[in-house]
Design a protein. Structure first.
Length: 214
């Protein structure tokens, strides 16, 4: 098989994988954590064994969907950080971007963060914590990198940036999960309250020379 044939086969496989993930997305949007491999296969117009051939099991499909949505969320968070505004406005925009994302697609959020809730029998054969914890760690590391690149935190800046990155992501996740379930206040009120909590040291830190700032 020549290089051209291999490239075309890879493109075809990538295209088919995207189509299957889009079908899975549609089912998850309707059914949330109750989305089953049977329902996803039916939505895609294939049999469940073919779906397994592409993803292995529900854990494999979950991981692929998680990457798809995490990539999109991280792109949105980076755009909020890079917006032409003062630091406080960008902090609030970053918090609001995360909360708006989970509010807009709560079923997807619940599938990713609470995948065993109401899952059909036979679809719970994967470790929930093992699946969602890496998503939060990835977001924490990404935010830590942004903080370390842009803020002058003095001695030990790399470690402090990682502490802040993971701490902020943990706060957003915990507060967002509670807020989505109870809706005790508006999204804008939650954003302001969380920004107030973060603001002390963030306000005092200087921008690194040559960076676009935070």
């Amino acid at each position: 098989m020549d290089t051209t044939q291999r490239t075309e086969q890879q493109r075809s496989a990538d295209r088919r994988r995207r189509e299957l993930l889009e079908a899975a997305d549609r089912v998850v949007l309707r059914e949330g954590p109750q989305a089953s491999m049977n329902a996803i296969a039916a939505e895609a117009g294939i049999t469940k064994p073919i779906l397994y051939r592409h993803f292995g099991d529900k854990g494999g499909l979950y991981a692929a969907l998680a990457k798809r949505h995490t990539d999109a969320l991280l792109d949105s968070l980076r755009a909020a950080v890079d917006a032409p505004a003062d630091r406080r406005e960008r902090v609030e925009a970053t918090l609001d971007t995360y909360l708006a994302a989970i509010e807009a697609r709560p079923q997807v959020y619940r599938f990713l963060m609470h995948p065993a809730e109401g899952a059909p029998t036979g679809d719970q054969g994967f470790d929930v914590g093992k699946q969602w914890a890496p998503l939060l760690r990835r977001m924490g590391e990404e935010l830590a990198q942004v903080i370390e690149e842009r803020l002058d935190l003095g001695p030990g800046s790399q470690q402090l940036a990682r502490v802040w990155g993971h701490g902020i992501v943990g706060m957003m996740h915990a507060a967002g999960d509670w807020w989505l379930g109870e809706r005790p206040c508006s999204r804008a009120e939650l954003v302001r309250s969380l920004a107030d909590l973060l603001w002390g040291r963030l306000a005092a830190a200087g921008d690194k020379v040559g960076s676009p700032g935070f």
